[in-house]
Design a protein. Structure first.
Length: 153
């Protein structure tokens, strides 16, 4: 069953772009925007990441840490971060454990074809590790995502 508002996030979130474990306890006392996106270096995902990069100082002033998640590899994340100067970590969920736990791995359609993929979703998590808000699918404004997070508090 997918995680919902009111649920506590798991302790072990996965490994970042350097293979280092990302753990929920490291965010206790701070809010977390955990965002799931389909693929590194695609137009919508790049717009979203760059919005979060550009609004990063405002998000941090509001008490948020940012962590992105996709099923891309650590090496792909390193290239994506380097190319766009992203100041936050990206979890490489290559085994799809986190996307399945959060319920964002789902059937999608493109040009009449069905496939499994990540539904763009952002979970806002409070200082105790509890999900307080979920933005998903077309409800995520990729070009203005930082402002959207700030407005949803």
């Amino acid at each position: 069953m997918a995680l919902q508002i009111g649920d506590r996030i798991p302790e072990e979130l996965g490994n970042d772009q350097h293979g280092k474990p990302v753990q929920a306890r490291s965010f206790i006392g701070r809010k977390l925007a955990l965002y799931f996106y389909p693929k590194d270096n695609t137009p919508g995902c790049t717009a979203q990441a760059c919005s979060l990069r550009d609004g990063y100082s405002d998000l941090q002033e509001a008490g948020y840490e940012i962590v992105g998640v996709s099923v891309d590899s650590e090496a792909s994340h390193q290239r994506f971060i380097g190319k766009h100067g992203l100041p936050f970590p990206l979890i490489a969920d290559t085994e799809k454990r986190l996307v399945e736990m959060f319920g964002v791995w789902s059937e999608k359609r493109m040009m009449g074809k069905k496939y499994l993929g990540t539904v763009r979703t952002t979970f806002l998590i409070d200082e105790q590790g509890v999900i307080t808000h979920i933005m998903e699918g077309r409800g995520v404004d990729t070009k203005n995502h930082a402002a959207q997070i700030l407005a949803s508090r």
